[in-house]
Design a protein around this ligand. Structure first.
Ligand code: KIV
Ligand code: ZN
Length: 532
């Protein structure tokens, strides 16, 4: 019988999509299959298959941070790792099991007693065990015949069950396995007491209609929940996962940002949003936590999110063309399938070649800059000329252009008078700054986790608690240790109505350049404060 604990979470929380704010095609409703479940469980394998992404290796502490984000997001099951792989992996899995409170934690094990013992030793109560079943794998990898594979699966499942584990079983390379043998395996493992059967498209070789056919066939012999695990070799992992769910699969294996072996796995964000938005299939995931989790995973794995990545890419809710910006500002449904707040990210109006007056007005409005139509037209003209010569304009440059057009201020409101920072080995980085604010000199000191942090904290100690650092961006302009760096800083004044400001500086010293860009942003902020 299927272990009820595996569905506990799904039936207890349900932060649904607000249907009124999802603007997907009405034709989706017309192909809603009878077999589609109302709810699916989500098994996240970012920490196992995701970590198999070439070049990705996570420390135990980083894995715990990701697991906590997944737990907080609401996934039903976290596949925490492959304990038999190494002692480091065992330590990480152990730590995750004790630091996650709501999701169930499982580990991967090959179909052998030793792997299962190692997993039990990590304190887990859920195993995902697998053995390959396709003729290709049997011949070239396992050098076993079908009956040996079946016997190994049965023995491992019975062993795991006798130790009280919840058992999910996968026929590896299921989508290239002979259908009669695959069915035979499903029947056999159910006889051994398996709780869930996962169907992996290990090499990403199936098409969505074929996945529908396969799952439909497997449903005829499978009484426990079917799960699906799709790889993206043809860019169809999400489509294949949806196809499986359409035919009754009750669980999807996913990874944050679509990390995973080779081309990766079905992306959590895309699979969940598609299931919910197209077919009203519920999950226990709080979609508003997706954006922050995606950023966390990208930062800790060092694996960048492509700008055009669906749902979580920087451009997923970015609008540049004048026509689109005009539409979105009138009503977001014109050019957005759903609002970015649904997945915890922000809409971004981008200034570029296709920019129109609406974008410039809106963008500058974010920084409290109000220009006449004529001034806006001048900026649009300038932006287009710059774009034609191959140069983009970021927020800081747009604000600088606007300041230039309205006329330079003569005197600065916020001026750096003195600045020193102390740092070294076994020394807490400490900074001291003196700043003249509207003619009055103030001094502040602070520590930080590094010299830049200490310097910015010291500036904040002078300028007051209502100043917050919203964004800090550092990039190297040239190569080498004498490289020029560019720092962009976005600050906000939060007391009363929130006011935003931005500053940008270029220099050879990262700390000094960070201070310069922060001072520029603050000066702009104080200039507006004075005008208001
Ligand atoms: O892709 C795959 O087949 C896997 C198995 C371990 C289930 O990741
Ligand atoms: Zn896989």
């Amino acid at each position: 019988m299927f272990d009820q604990r595996a569905t506990e979470r799904s039936s207890s929380t349900s932060p649904h999509l607000d249907r009124k704010r999802v603007y997907t095609s009405q034709y989706n409703a017309m192909v809603r299959a009878e077999t589609l479940p109302g709810r699916v469980m989500v098994l996240d394998t970012t920490l196992r298959d995701g970590e198999q992404t070439p070049g990705v290796a996570l420390s135990a502490d980083d894995k715990v941070r990701i697991a906590q984000a997944l737990d907080d997001m609401g996934v039903d099951v976290i596949e925490a790792g492959f304990p038999a792989a190494s002692s480091g992996e065992q330590e990480a899995v152990r730590k995750i099991a004790s630091s996650v409170s709501r999701s169930r934690v499982c580990g991967l094990a090959r179909c052998n007693r030793k792997d299962i013992d190692v997993l039990l030793n990590c304190g887990l109560d859920y195993v995902h065990t697998f053995i390959a079943t396709s003729d290709i794998h049997l011949k070239h990898k396992l050098k076993m015949d079908r009956s040996q594979v079946k016997a190994r699966a049965i023995d491992s499942i019975e062993y795991a069950k006798s130790h009280g584990l919840t058992v999910e079983f996968s026929c590896e390379d299921a989508t290239r396995t002979d259908l009669e043998f695959l069915k035979e395996m499903h029947v056999a493992v159910q006889g051994a007491g398996v709780d869930k059967i996962n169907v992996p498209d290990t090499v990403g070789t199936i098409s969505p209609p074929a996945m529908e056919y396969l799952i439909k066939e497997l449903m005829t012999v499978t009484r426990v929940p079917i799960s699906v695990h799709c790889h993206d070799d043809f860019g169809l992992a999400v489509a294949n996962s949806i196809a499986a769910v359409r035919q009754g699969a009750q669980q999807v294996h996913v990874t944050v940002n679509g990390l995973g072996e080779r081309a990766g796995n079905a992306a959590l964000e895309e699979t969940i949003l598609a299931l919910m938005a197209f077919f009203d299939v519920e999950t226990s995931v709080d979609t508003r936590k997706i954006g922050p989790a995606s950023k966390l995973v990208s930062r800790l794995t060092g694996y960048p999110i492509p700008g055009n990545k669906a749902i979580v890419g920087a451009n997923a809710f970015a609008h540049e063309s004048g026509i689109h910006v005009h539409g979105v500002l009138g009503d977001p449904s014109t050019y957005e399938a759903f609002g970015p707040e649904l997945v915890g990210v922000q809409r971004n109006i981008v200034i570029g070649k296709h920019t129109g007056a609406h974008s410039v007005k809106e963008k500058l409005g974010e920084y409290g800059i109000d220009l006449t139509d004529e001034q806006v037209a001048q900026i649009v003209d300038k932006v287009k000329k710059l774009a034609d010569s191959g140069k983009g304009v970021d927020d800081a440059e747009l604000v600088a252009l606007a300041s230039h057009i309205v006329g330079q201020r003569e005197a600065k409101n916020v001026r750096l008078k003195e600045f020193a920072v102390f740092t070294g080995i076994n020394t807490t980085p400490t900074a001291v700054v003196s700043i003249e604010v509207n003619g009055e000199k103030k001094t502040g000191t602070s520590i930080g986790i590094g010299p830049v942090d200490a310097a910015i904290n010291a500036i904040k100690s002078v300028m007051g608690n209502d100043i917050s650092l919203e964004e800090y961006r550092l990039s190297a302009i040239t190569g080498g240790s004498d490289s020029l760096c560019e720092v962009t800083v976005r600050v906000a004044r939060c007391g009363g109505k929130k006011m935003m400001s931005i500053g940008k500086a270029v220099g050879t010293d990262i700390v000094q350049t960070s201070v310069d860009s922060t001072m520029e942003a603050l000066d702009r902020l104080y200039c507006r404060k004075k005008e208001q």
